[in-house]
Design a binder for this molecule. Structure first.
Ligand code: NAP
Length: 288
């Protein structure tokens, strides 16, 4: 099986490439730019994949409020061309989406299933939801994986960092940390997500599926657990989303129900155990 991985230089992409079984073809933006639609079909025609795994995305959640067109160019219109191109070469498209397709139901307190109606509250979330619909519309063989709060040893968004590293860096500098305590979701270790994705591809899972570590937390609880597990002392204060004042709205509750994943025989470990595994693995983290 030939598996092309888009975004192979990204946080998830780097963890995914070594875990997939088959002939893996890692592709970066230089090989295939989702913002340049005419580049997509020729590249897939050349690579001739059986499966395309798309981890590439416009991921600047706050910036997207000011430049929604840039988010839609990649996350919706680029994904539409990718879905069409996959269909044309007979490839299955495995595409990643986000818990940020939810949030409109502010009273929600129960984990969200694949059957729950989405309702994004940000331009980024809307662009990703559009991407989901376009995958479903144009790629006859597809799997859309919604996940949440990614962190891995490679760091996200070309910044080479993630929430855990940011918390440890700021605490290490002796600075106070004010962390949001009114958004509940489930942070997910990219190594665990990559393992689950490899299994889902082998089992030829299709449709829409939620994949996160187990349990839930607020970002303040996550920070507290990071400091508990590392023994680092920190000046940590809970704040509200309004006090934090980000440009983009976030879902107050976006815990994803992973029941469908369990039915397929895959269960990810609790987020606290995943954090422990990350903290062990980060000793070997590159460029530190
Ligand atoms: N990070 C999270 O917390 C989170 C949460 C939920 C869902 N997700 C979803 O999970 C997936 C993986 O996220 P991640 O954290 O691994 O993202 P990431 O670290 O930001 O990696 C994204 C990759 O996409 C590439 N890319 C960006 N624009 C591109 C374009 N126009 N054409 C081709 N490649 C492009 C980037 O390349 P460059 O380095 O060249 O920019 C980068 O390698 C995404 O679909 C994201 O929406 C992420």
């Amino acid at each position: 099986m030939r598996i092309a991985v888009l975004g192979s230089g990204g946080q998830l992409g780097r963890d995914l490439v070594p875990r997939l079984h088959g002939e893996v073809i890692p592709l970066t933006r230089a090989d295939l730019d989702l913002a340049v639609p005419e580049s997509i079909a020729p590249k897939l025609g050349e690579v001739k994949p059986d499966v395309v795994v798309n981890t590439a995305a416009y991921n600047f959640v706050d910036k997207a409020e000011a430049e929604p067109d840039a988010a839609f160019r990649v996350n919706a219109w680029g994904v539409r061309e990718l879905a069409k191109a996959c269909d044309a070469v007979g490839a299955k498209l495995v595409h990643f989406s986000t818990d940020y397709v939810f949030g409109l139901d502010a009273a929600r307190t129960l984990p969200l299933t694949e059957a729950d109606p989405p309702g994004p509250v940000s331009a980024y979330g809307l662009s990703k939801l559009a991407g989901e619909y376009l995958v479903r519309t144009f790629a006859r063989r597809h799997l859309v994986i919604r996940t949440c709060g990614l962190y891995g040893v490679w760091g996200s968004g070309g910044k080479g960092t993630n929430f855990v590293e940011t918390m440890l860096r700021v605490a290490g500098q002796g600075k106070p940390l004010r962390v949001v305590a009114d958004q509940r979701c489930t942070p997910t270790y990219t190594a665990d997500l990559a393992d689950a994705t490899a299994v889902l591809i082998e089992r030829d899972a299709t449709g829409l599926i939620h994949v996160t570590n187990a349990g839930s937390m607020t970002w303040h609880e996550f920070a507290a657990e990071i400091f508990r597990q590392t023994g680092v002392s920190a000046n940590l204060t809970p704040i509200t989303t309004a006090e934090f004042g980000a440009a983009a709205k976030r879902p107050p509750y976006s815990v994803l129900d992973c029941g469908r994943l369990s039915q397929l025989g895959v269960t990810l470990r609790p987020w606290q155990d995943a954090l422990a595994a990350y903290l062990a693995e980060r000793q070997n983290r590159p460029n530190r």
